[in-house]
Design a protein around this ligand. Sequence first.
Ligand SMILES: C[S@@+](CC[C@H](N)C(=O)[O-])C[C@H]1O[C@@H](n2cnc3c(N)ncnc32)[C@H](O)[C@@H]1O
Length: 319
Amino acid sequence: MSTHEPSHIPVLTEEVLAWLAPRPGGCYLDCTAGLGGHASEIAARCPGGRLIALDRDPAAVTLASSRLAEYPHARVHHANYSELESVLDADGVSTVDGILIDAGVSSMQLDDETRGFSFQEDAPLDMRMDTSRGPTAAEFLAGVTRRDLVNMLRRFGDVGPARRIADAMLRRRERGVLSTTGDLAAAVSEALPFVQGTPVEVRTVFQAVRMALNRELASLESGIRAAIRRLHAGGRLVVISFHSGEDRVVKNLFRDLSRKQRELRPDGRVRHVIKASVKLLTPKPVVPGPAETARNPRSKSARLRAVERLAAPAPDSGA
Ligand SMILES: C[S@@+](CC[C@H](N)C(=O)[O-])C[C@H]1O[C@@H](n2cnc3c(N)ncnc32)[C@H](O)[C@@H]1O
């Protein structure tokens, strides 16, 4: 059991509410309930409407449900947001007025030493956001190839000495000592013996393993596409990301879906034109101000982007 009281300070709350503009009678979807911080603010602003929230972490579902208990129009489901359409279907909802994705991990997950997300404490290397299914990070690393390991460290952690660190991890794996957070942190230190103290790469290696294990970027991309399909015309999607790789996914998808796209035939002639499905509301990402980052240093890397749904495009548009 964790020795910490679960907590998470929601980031960019005023900005989320400004872009989402929840109103009485409206129907909203919070894809990342966490501890229910944003969700309770939205629920308080849509009396007579609905707030459907979800999270892939069963512990977050329990905590958010109890935080939202005072709002009878709010309900929390256990699901990955890449499956948000099944959640809406099960609730009999076809489209909604606004959707929030506050991606990544919560402070509750990072601070709970039993979850294995943090290198500050020695614990089994779990790192699953959804503790009800799937391999743990230790099981995942037991089967990964060197090539995939190097790619993963580069892609999800921007880790410079990716090969050195991958080799140190594989040496530990061979000796049967790559099953705790301490083992993983030690592998990074062993790869960089000339660094005094804890190498900065420990943080980015942990991040890379977590993002790969939980397939975070793939979920984000399919979640955004699904979210846009389920907005009414004029409905808004707000996404907060914390990592440059996540922000790139959001930025590129929003840019592509806000432009007319041409699908070409092999001879270069236009097969058909796909209409833009969204209007970009934030040409530049919205970031926290100095007061927020002073109050909550974990908000520093947050980037908010928002789009508004245009009238529904043709069914084969791929939005
Ligand atoms: C930054 S926290 C959200 C905090 C929340 N907005 C609040 O105010 O308390 C991110 C949450 O998203 C959840 N999450 C991450 N990826 C998810 C996914 N693909 N599907 C559903 N939940 C996800 C995590 O389990 C975590 O609880």
